[in-house]
Ligand binder design. Structure first.
Ligand code: SAM
Ligand code: SF4
Length: 329
């Protein structure tokens, strides 16, 4: 098991498949993009499957989420999914994507064994999308969402980040749209993980503000906490349910105490937390011929030292060197 000194057990693995992306969301990366990892630094498809296999068969991981960067840019994605779906015990498999290309790939991914997707969409207005992501691809995301639902990648969840003065007036509109399309909407508070280090707490749209805006149009009833478990989203039943809306308040209401995540970057580093400043190198071990037991031991050691909290509220907080897109959000 991946146990830490605070008694938490990590069963949910986030695997970044690439640090590259075809959007440039302002809260994530600069217009010119980033210095991408060089090919030899990236784990190969075989190496990814090997590490996922160690996590699932030796370390008790039951959930695997592929992310990035944009995971749909990884050419071998369907093959990786299929091989992970063939592991025993079979982990649940999901994907976090900006949705571009999903219209083309959703069916094949479902057939390969992907269980569900989270698609990021912050606005219903194409012009705002263009300003926020610096690309004119709103229609591709909408088409990708539609294809995901048709392919049965359910429940389809939509992640939205609200930015002050940009799309912070859209919360009720987004929820109304999500309800009509059968998507489960979750708002994510903006986190200090942008490559430009431009995050300002005072600018962040808080969970409390989002809930207040939603309550102006919907009645929200908190879902019992037993249902939340280690899920980062606090959820509310909308107008009595069964539809729900979630808010991931990583900054104002952190869920570190129940966090069950372990993370693997596209270049084979284990991170115990999004905000960790330490990484453990599994790629070197893998490429030096380490056996499964040795890799499992290194992974366990990396997780054992997981800090109690992300420390966002501490004066000593320092943003990690790697941005969200390179860690795997
Ligand atoms: N490219 C894919 C996508 O956008 O869904 C996967 C990677 S992205 C880093 C994963 C999630 O992180 C997205 O929902 C995105 O909106 C969110 N994200 C990125 N930067 C963020 C930030 N600074 N604060 C909060 N969420 C962020
Ligand atoms: Fe790309 Fe996702 Fe970052 Fe947007 S949030 S730039 S889609 S990695």
């Amino acid at each position: 098991m991946l146990l830490d000194t605070h008694g938490r057990i990590a069963r949910d693995l986030r695997v970044s498949l690439t640090d590259r992306c075809n959007l440039r969301c302002t809260y994530c990366m600069p217009e010119e993009g980033l210095r991408w990892l060089a090919r030899p630094e990236l784990l190969t498809d075989d190496e990814i499957v090997r590490l996922v296999s160690v996590a699932v068969t030796e370390l008790g991981v039951t959930e695997v989420r592929f992310t990035g960067g944009e995971p749909l840019l990884r050419p071998g994605l369907a093959g990786i999914v299929a091989r992970c779906a063939a592991l025993a015990p079979r982990p649940r498999l999901s994907l976090t994507s900006n949705g571009i290309g999903l219209a083309r790939t959703a069916r094949a991914l479902r057939a390969a064994g992907l269980d569900r997707v989270n698609v990021s969409l912050d606005t219903l207005r194409p012009a705002v999308f263009r300003a926020l992501t610096r690309r004119d691809r709103h229609h591709d995301v909408i088409a990708g969402l539609d294809a995901a639902r048709t392919a049965g990648l359910l429940p389809v969840k939509v992640n939205s980040v609200l930015m002050r003065g940009v799309n912070d007036d859209e919360a009720p509109e987004l929820l109304d749209w999500a309800l009509r399309h059968g998507y489960e909407l979750r708002f994510i508070e903006q986190m200090p993980l942008d490559a430009q280090h431009g995050w300002q707490r005072a600018d962040m749209v808080t969970a409390a503000e989002i809930l207040e805006a939603l309550r102006a149009r919907f009645s929200l009833t908190p879902e019992p906490s037993t249902v939340r478990g280690s899920a980062p989203a606090e959820r509310w039943l909308v107008d009595g349910g069964p539809a729900r809306v979630g808010v991931i308040a990583s900054v104002t209401r952190p869920f570190c105490r129940v966090c069950d995540r372990t993370r693997l970057t596209a270049d084979g580093q284990v991170r115990a937390c999004l905000f960790a400043r330490e990484e453990s190198d599994l790629r070197t071990a893998l490429r030096s011929g380490a056996g499964d037991e040795e890799i499992a031991r290194l992974w366990r050691t990396a997780m054992w030292g997981k800090k109690a909290g992300a420390g966002l509220d501490e004066a000593s907080f320092v943003q990690p060197e790697r941005p969200m897109s390179a860690i795997g959000g």
